[in-house]
Design a protein around this ligand. Structure first.
Ligand code: COA
Ligand code: AMP
Length: 632
């Protein structure tokens, strides 16, 4: 039996002992007496009688145990030409100062704080400052528009918002403050204050009495020597809410608790990612996504690693060698990014000429996640970097990997197209729509037998019914991942597609339903359907098919541009919505359901058999013709 099989079996035989041993790695204020409490919460709670503080475990305890002068965060920003290293001691000072400012603004344990920030170290400091106070943060990705931000503000009613004057994208500075002001204007639950980081690329005006300047307020707290101790929270108290796309425009607030979260992330750093404390770990993502929460901030810091906060793009800042420069310069041991980043690099530098310019001798492993890692991209990365390239599959909901290749335990043979095997904590099964086990090798619904492991979400913020209905009802006793996949005879999983209307654009998860809601608001649109079409770089791109109202005589090009602008304005540039195709009819079932997956297959050039329930099969040819006409 291999090492992985032993560890997995050990967990299966005694999950209680497995997770209590993992929990022993943390500093608890009150030790939990046992791991799982099945009588609490929707499906149980982890470490419910324990208490701790996440910021203590990520910062203070390293300062006290000899890592004070070790780099905690390396900020590398090719887009601004800046670099900054914060040691654990400096990080603690920054976090305490901001926690003091937040407390002065009335933020206490259990209060919500929204963080709407670009990739600057202050974003991580803000998360940790909230954790220190026992406040619940909700980071909103900077590429979302004011309306999306407003929805999140209304849902979690934050007392305070921490933001910055601007973000920087290649070739343009994005003023964040007007977006923030507009969002506050739009929402009903207005925060009482904001703390704004002024960036030199573009500063902003502050509203007297509501907006507070990050730099001067934190300086004041420092000068006054304000002490803010870590606040004791129950293991089950929420650490953060992270909104993710659901099947409607209303995003779902995934709740993460303090105790189980840290236990699970700590376990993954060595066992899954194979890094030791003190080594440099780089997740090239954004703090606005779950990968950023887990592996830019909490995982590496809890484990005493150095984490990298990268403000740039894989290409164009300044070139396709940026990733290699960072790996060499900061002696990165493991990199975690989305396949789309590698596709972007491969497109610019297919021969990998730039790799040769850098010393990558410290680099051991590349991890990919966020979307399916296509074998071409993996092969290319393996050839260029000469290290294992490991796909792993997880979701915002779980917070850490469900299936992967646990290199810290054992490097399993890679099967291209598969994220490898289930991690301890996850009993992954593939079921038919009727809930029967699918034979090995056959496609079905990928589910996880309850309970979910520590770190996975216990519920949705203020939406327990939605939590049960979305995830737990269709397959009683299981968590529905909404991914379709196959498990082979060796237990390797293959994740093939979503079973809902979520699409994955450049590793970003987006709801086509949400886009349809925006498009339907256009006065000239009678009906619409948004689907995800295959794209070589971003994996998928959204495409909107619209039926115009009878009698509309305005030029269709004008309507198309208006719709593109509406989606950008209401959802944000991150939706990458640029394709609008007018059609006469949409294919539907006899009960009136739009056949989106059939449309997708047509557009992607796959073989399509008209579904038996289709109302009028002729519409499929019309869709094909409209698409081909668009493609020229
Ligand atoms: N604030 C404001 N706008 C933002 C933004 C932010 N934080 N992040 C992205 N945008 C904008 C971009 O400028 C772009 O706008 P445009 O339509 O005017 O060009 C749009 O949103 C789409 O952004 P993006 O998806 O990043 O596309 P891109 O073409 O700029 O870059 C990649 C393509 C592949 C290089 C990029 O997506 C990437 O690096 N992906 C890595 C994957 C990743 O981080 N995944 C997260 C989960 S692991
Ligand atoms: P997110 O919640 O944004 O992390 O997106 C989660 C979804 O992205 C999953 O449900 C999958 O559909 C997809 N996904 C993430 N990682 C992988 C992977 N390694 N292989 C295939 N799909 C993935």
């Amino acid at each position: 039996m291999g090492a992985y099989a032993k560890v997995y079996e050990g967990w299966q035989n005694d999950p209680e002992a497995f997770w209590m041993a993992a929990a022993a790695k943390l500093d608890w204020i009150k030790q939990p007496s046992r791991a799982f409490h099945e009588d609490l919460g929707v499906y149980g709670h982890w470490f419910a009688d324990g208490s701790l503080n996440t910021c203590w475990n990520c910062v203070d305890r390293h300062v006290e145990s000899g890592r004070a002068d070790q780099a905690a965060i390396i900020y590398d920003s090719p887009i601004t030409g800046k670099q900054l290293t914060l040691t654990y001691a400096q990080l603690k000072e920054d976090v305490v100062a901001l926690a003091a400012v937040l407390r002065q603004r009335g933020v206490e344990k259990g209060d919500r704080v929204i963080i709407y920030m670009p990739m600057v170290p202050e974003a991580a400091v803000a998360m940790l400052a909230c954790a220190r106070l026992g406040a619940i943060h909700s980071v909103v990705f900077g590429g979302f528009a004011p309306a999306e931000l407003a929805t999140r503000i209304d849902d979690c009613s934050p007392k305070c918002i921490i933001s910055a004057s601007c973000g920087i994208e290649p070739g343009r500075v994005i003023a964040y403050k007007p977006l923030l002001d507009e969002a506050i204007e739009l929402c009903a639950n207005k925060p009482t204050s904001t703390v704004i980081l002024q960036r030199e690329q573009q500063t902003c005006d502050l509203l007297e009495g509501r907006d507070f300047d990050y730099a001067s307020e934190t300086k004041k707290a420092r000068d006054e020597g304000v002490v803010v101790d870590c606040v004791e929270v129950a293991a089950t108290d929420p650490l953060y809410i992270l909104y993710t796309s659901g099947t409607t425009g209303q995003p779902k607030g995934v709740v993460r608790d303090n105790g189980g979260h840290l236990v699970a992330l700590y376990w993954t750093m060595k066992n899954f990612y194979g890094v030791d404390p003190g080594e440099v770990f780089w997740a090239a993502s954004d703090v606005g996504w779950v990968v950023g929460h887990s592996y830019i901030v909490y995982g590496p810091l809890a484990h005493g690693n150095t984490t990298i906060l990268f403000e740039g793009k894989p290409v164009g800042t300044p070139d396709a060698g940026t990733f290699w420069r960072l790996i060499a310069e900061h002696k990165v041991a493991a990199l975690f990014t989305a396949p789309t980043a590698f596709r972007a690099i491969k497109k610019e530098d297919p021969g990998g000429e730039l790799v040769a310019n850098y010393d990558l001798s410290n680099f051991r492993t590349l991890f990919l996640a966020g979307e399916r890692a296509d074998p071409d991209t993996i092969h290319w990365a393996e050839r260029m970097l000469k290290v294992p390239v490991l796909d792993h599959w997880w979701q915002t909901e779980t917070g850490w990997t469900i299936a992967g290749n646990p290199v810290g335990i054992e490097l399993m043979p890679v099967k291209y197209g598969s994220p490898t095997v289930a991690m301890p904590g996850y009993d992954v099964q593939v079921l038919s729509d009727e809930g029967e086990q699918m034979p090995h090798g056959e496609l079905g619904n990928v589910v996880v037998k309850l309970p979910l492991p520590p770190g996975a979400f216990p519920s949705l913020w203020n939406a327990e019914t939605r939590f049960k209905e979305t995830y737990l009802t269709e397959f009683p006793g299981y968590y529905k991942t909404a991914d379709a996949g196959i498990m082979d005879e060796d237990g390797y999983l293959f994740i093939m597609a979503r079973t809902d209307d979520i699409i994955n654009v450049a590793g970003h998860r987006l709801s086509t339903g949400g886009m349809e809601e925006v498009i339907a608001e256009h006065a000239d649109v009678a009906e619409c359907a948004v689907i995800g079409i295959a794209d070589q770089l971003k994996g998928q791109l959204p495409a909107g098919f619209i039926i115009l109202n009878k009698g509309v005589e305005r030029p269709v090009e004008a309507i198309q541009s208006e719709i593109v602008a509406m989606v950008r304005e209401k959802i944000g540039p991150v939706a990458a919505f640029k394709i609008v195709v007018p059609v006469a009819r949409l294919p539907k079932t006899r009960s009136g359901k739009i056949l989106r997956s059939t449309m997708q297959k047509i557009v992607d050039g796959e073989d399509v058999k008209a579904p038996a329930t289709i109302d009028d099969p002729a519409i499929l040819d019309e869709i094909k013709a409209s698409w081909q006409e668009r493609a020229g």
